[in-house]
Design a binder for this molecule. Sequence first.
Ligand code: NAD
Ligand code: MG
Length: 317
Amino acid sequence: MPEMNSAHHAEPDGSASHEPSSQSEMRQQQRAGKEKISPPQQRQPEPGLDQQLQPRADHGERSYKGRDRLAGKRALITGGDSGIGAAVAIAFAREGAKVALAYLPSEQPDADVIAGVLEDAGVQAQLLPGDLRDRGYRDSLIDEAVDALGGLDILVNNAGKQISVQSLQELGDEQIEATFDVNIFAMFALSRAALKVIPVGGSIINTTSIQAFDPSDHLMDYAATKAAISNFTKSLASQAAKRGIRVNAVAPGPIWTPLQPSDGQPIEALPEFGHDTWLGRAGQPVELAPAYVFLASDEASYVVGSTVHVNGGKNQP
Ligand code: NAD
Ligand code: MG
């Protein structure tokens, strides 16, 4: 792990940051924009924190402008503390939605920062921390969200676990089970409960991945869960449509989030992360948010069982 020898201070958005000690460190620690980044090699324990990410990710804190496209809607976003989920939370709030965030208790520092950004948009974030592997938490999360938000119109199934392992011989059953539990089994449970409470006109959006269609061999278990999510999205969409609820998916390509340096990629691959896309760079979480906003909004009233690919250009179905 690289030295983290710098002091913390608060950024204008309320987030903690490291005091840069050199020009290049300063550049790395500015929130990344849409330019190409070459992150330094770094490692964090799973699930990783945006506050330790070098450079910090761009969730649209300073750029996303809402147009009331989700006015009055109530949304639960799993993995809403950081990365793609955090960008979706900011966008949804600025589009007029009430938002509840689910995340692991160890991610409270990131969740507090995002809650602060939402507060600036006049939205009180409902914070529902817990481990999706815990059946008690998983089975009560939708009811908790309904209580906190006064109902539920949108479920964003976005929490995910990704641990890179070089060979199948080193990929243990424990990891395979954990990855399937968080990424897809929890999605079945949350969707089952959500379909009972989401009214006509509501929607479910699942985060799948380019890995569903173009798997990397060091992400065997993860990629298999993403293929399952893409498949599940279609059968769920067919069932839910009969009840007037739309189900769709978003398939991100390489996006700079805490998932990557917390064993999501081999450390030595981080500086080149995303450079193999047609745009030649990794995406930022903020670049995903408009796809979720579109799918959640009434503007997508005839979009069902679809996948929006946001990947900087890669071979895709
Ligand atoms: P992230 O680390 O910011 O978000 C993942 C979130 O999943 C975490 O913040 C955490 O709250 C949640 N999570 C993980 N394990 C959990 C558990 N046991 N219980 C409850 N919550 C748990 O990273 P991200 O990249 O924004 O990931 C969001 C989604 O996007 C994931 O489903 C991921 O697979 C998917 N995705 C990411 C990329 C990418 O390149 N970053 C590409 C394709 C798909
Ligand atoms: Mg997180």
